[in-house]
Design a protein around this ligand. Structure first.
Ligand code: SF4
Ligand code: SF4
Length: 511
């Protein structure tokens, strides 16, 4: 079983249950999921040892011996994390309106109303929901409010009142913060909105597919006209008036497969955006056939190549003043470089809940209005852990299909809503999510192995902010304490040869 060969910088992996080995730029590397550890392998007599590793049939045994050197185990930490969860609320998504003025072709909200919601949330009800959620909040962490819709700025009054209420609470939060984020198409702004964004330090996630070509094709106005010009001019104004707010371009990947690098490059050069958030369109099989004319979940070789370009050119993309990368890719780099494991894919049903105008409460914002998932009242959520919320809170290592997956502590088992629409079960698999996670993993490995000052500095900025940015819908993270174990190269004797494993890592303090 030779180590899988490929010419750099493409990477192919030879996997075993303990991890994987691969060659990159002529050197051998190992990755061990149990500690999210990436190591270069060096020998005393390099050529001889490398030959041994490559020619022998025991790379699986070698990986297993390396794995045994470490006491740490992400699975155990994750188990403990879930035993200690109190079921309290740490993130409230307010679904503010059924209305939207865009007609994005892949919209899972069916144009804003999910085919189920038929009114907006009154400011009074938004405040009531906020107060009830705050009463059940997890006091050990910051609380966050997500303003969502439809297009939430079409119900600005409710946003205004919730933010106003937060000012009165500030002194009761014991130094914890309230973090506000909005998911908007930014077609409608005015001086009052800009002022509120600035004063509330709102994180602004703008649905923006990059270039005019894709934005106008994938996110047109309801009358069919293009939205790019208007949104881009609003973005410029917003950046000018709010220099300190974080602005994220939320790109849905659909038809840009052969131009993704170009799209990200253009976005990075605007000096408007801090980050891009990138995700494949969540489509049911029927919807996928309608708009894509190809089977669901099949990524093209082209998209792989675009990710290759992105990871090879990350330094170039991050070399401007502002742009700090792709959130999902940065998170995978964080996992590797700092030893941070995903305790689940997201926080849906485990601290994160959505309140809608029909007064329903849902574990995921894509299920709003669905009576089958209505949890009814915030005050009862903590007690539901053993029944209705059980599968939402089930960690990745408890899922049969994921238990031995190399990237389980990155992906956390994938988006449960997507698993549900593709397989009928929250614990099923969406092949699209698995493929996307693998793309992210490979790309993150490439970035980590080509780190330089520019990328490292921007990544560290991201690591510090990462929890606030709500990556993967608030993915819960666990930091492995691997500092001592990673202090120096580790030596291991195997088949009478000595190998040195040098960890690839970034040490940073979160203060
Ligand atoms: S969802 Fe797929 S990629 Fe994610 S851990 Fe499970 S098997 Fe692996
Ligand atoms: S990741 Fe998926 S399941 Fe989780 S909150 Fe987001 S859409 Fe819902």
């Amino acid at each position: 079983m030779p180590i899988y060969e490929s010419s750099p910088p493409e990477i192919d992996f030879l996997s075993s249950p303990s991890g994987c080995a691969f060659k990159f730029d002529g050197k051998i590397f190992l990755f061990l999921p149990k500690i999210l550890g990436l190591f270069s392998v060096e020998g005393q007599n390099e050529n001889a040892e490398m030959e041994l590793l490559e020619k022998s049939n025991f790379i699986g045994d070698f990986l297993h011996s390396v794995e045994k050197l470490f006491q740490l185990d992400a699975s155990k930490k994750i188990e403990k994390y879930w035993q200690n969860q109190n079921g309290k609320i740490s993130a409230l998504n307010l679904n503010l309106t059924d209305k939207c003025n865009l007609a994005c072709i892949y919209c899972y909200a069916k144009g804003g109303n999910y085919d189920r919601i038929n009114k907006e949330l009154s400011a009074e009800d938004a405040l009531k929901a906020f107060n009830s959620a705050i009463d059940c909040r997890d006091e050990s962490r910051d609380f966050r409010v997500e303003f969502f819709g439809g297009e939430p700025l079409l119900n600005f009054e409710a946003i205004k009142q919730v933010i106003e209420k937060q000012k009165q609470l500030a002194t009761h939060l014991n130094e914890k913060e309230i973090i506000n984020r909005i998911s908007t198409n930014l077609t409608e702004i005015n001086p009052e909105i800009i002022d509120l964004f600035s004063k509330s330090k709102m994180i602004i996630s703008v649905s923006f597919d990059g270039t005019a070509e894709f934005q106008n094709r994938q996110r047109p106005f309801k009358d069919g006209s293009g939205s790019h010009e208007k949104i881009f001019s609003n973005l410029k104004l917003l950046r000018e008036k709010c220099p300190d707010n974080i602005i994220v371009a939320r790109i849905t990947v659909l038809h840009q497969e052969d131009k993704l690098y170009e799209v990200i490059e253009q976005i990075s050069q605007t000096e408007i955006f801090d980050y891009v958030s990138l995700y494949p369109a969540a489509l049911s099989a029927q919807h996928s056939t309608e708009i894509e004319n190809k089977p669901q979940g099949n990524f093209s070789e082209t998209l792989n190549n675009e990710f290759l370009k992105i990871s090879q050119n990350y330094k170039k993309l991050l070399s401007g003043k502002r742009f700090k990368g792709i959130l999902e890719l940065n998170r995978f780099c964080q996992n590797i470089l700092t030893g941070t494991a995903a305790a689940n894919h997201c926080r849906a049903g485990a601290g994160y809940f959505t309140f809608s105008p029909d007064e329903s409460i849902h574990p995921c914002h894509r299920l709003v209005g669905d009576p089958n998932w209505d949890l009814k009242a915030f005050s009862t959520l903590a007690g539901q852990s053993r029944n209705r919320l059980r599968d939402w809170r089930l960690p990745v290592n408890a899922r049969a299909g994921c238990r031995e997956c190399l990237i389980r502590f990155f992906c956390g088992g994938g988006c449960k809503q997507e698993a549900f629409i593709t397989s009928g079960s929250l614990l099923g698999h969406s092949t699209q999510i698995c493929s996307f996670s693998r793309l992210l993993f490979k790309s993150a490995i490439r970035i980590c192995l080509q780190l330089d000052e520019v990328v490292e500095k921007k990544l560290v900025e991201f690591f510090r902010m990462s929890e606030k940015l709500f990556v993967f819908c608030g993915q819960p993270l666990i930091k492995l304490e691997r500092k001592e174990e990673f202090e120096n190269p580790i030596s291991i004797r195997f088949e009478d040869q000595v190998f040195y494993l040098k960890p690839v890592k970034i040490d940073f303090s979160n203060d």
